[in-house]
Design a protein around this ligand. Structure first.
Ligand code: MG
Ligand code: MG
Length: 251
């Protein structure tokens, strides 16, 4: 059963989400060749704390993880899909990087991600990024009161496949609230009208993960997930609330 949030709870999540949106916009504008992932991570933490939020990923230990997460951001470069741990790697022109971040206020979470080109990238990578972003928008548009989780998955997945790209298997979006990951799982594929119903007060993170050459992933040495064939992947995510008036984007 989906956890339904009260209006004041959703407003607290919206405050966390507003900080997160500003932080991600700032990072996106600052990403350039030569900037290291650790510098980006440090910047993110400073921005979040200056705004009165808490980095939600830092110290987070989901069940099954061998250690608490050591950073503010997940920074996933090129073939890495999600959960890349920031290192001293300096971004290079031609890379793409996915930045995933969460902000917490009074115990309430927000979660969002984007992928951006570093310097000039190939037309193929530009298409990958724009298709993944558009897939997120289509998922949000399907997140209507009375629809189901399957309607979101269908909207996201059918668009990606029509563009000749792959929906990464084994990773999903999720409900979110006083935990970073709550029920239900928000799949990036699905059949219309199937799965849990979307009702006002539900808050979910929709997050398409798209690869150029395969839908299969492998776990890498730092416990991040990469594409099995080494092809490039992108990731966009927003936290949204289901309302009677339609989806409300909180990040
Ligand atoms: Mg995320
Ligand atoms: Mg998420």
């Amino acid at each position: 059963m989906a956890l339904v949030k009260s209006q004041p709870e959703i407003e607290t999540m919206a405050r966390a989400g507003a900080i997160l949106r500003t932080v991600l916009d700032t990072l996106k504008a600052e990403i350039r060749p030569g900037l290291s992932l650790l510098e980006l991570d440090k910047r993110a933490r400073q921005l979040i704390e200056a705004a009165g939020g808490k980095p939600a990923f830092l110290g987070y230990k989901p069940s099954g993880a061998t250690r608490p997460y050591p950073a503010t951001l997940c920074t996933s470069v090129n073939n890495v899909v999600v959960h890349g741990i920031p290192t001293s790697y300096a971004l290079r022109a031609g890379d793409i990087v996915s930045i995933d971040c969460g902000v917490k206020i009074n115990g309430w979470y927000s979660d969002a991600a984007f992928t951006v080109a570093v310097g000039e990238v190939s037309p193929q990578l530009k298409k990958l990024i724009s298709v993944t972003e558009e897939a997120l928008q289509r998922g949000i548009d399907a997140a209507q009161h009375g629809n189901t989780v399957g309607d979101i998955g269908n909207a996201v997945g059918s668009f990606i496949k029509k563009q000749g790209l792959y929906v990464v298997k084994g990773l999903t979006g999720h409900g979110i609230g006083t935990n970073l990951h709550e029920e239900p799982s928000i799949f990036n594929e699905g059949k219309p009208g199937t799965g849990p119903k979307l009702v006002p007060g539900m808050v979910i993170a929709i997050e398409p993960m798209v690869a150029i050459g395969t839908n299969e992933i492998v776990q890498l040495a730092d416990e991040s997930y990469g594409t099995k064939d080494g092809s490039i992947a992108a990731h966009f995510e927003k936290t949204i609330a289901i309302t009677k008036e339609g989806p409300r984007i909180l990040t």
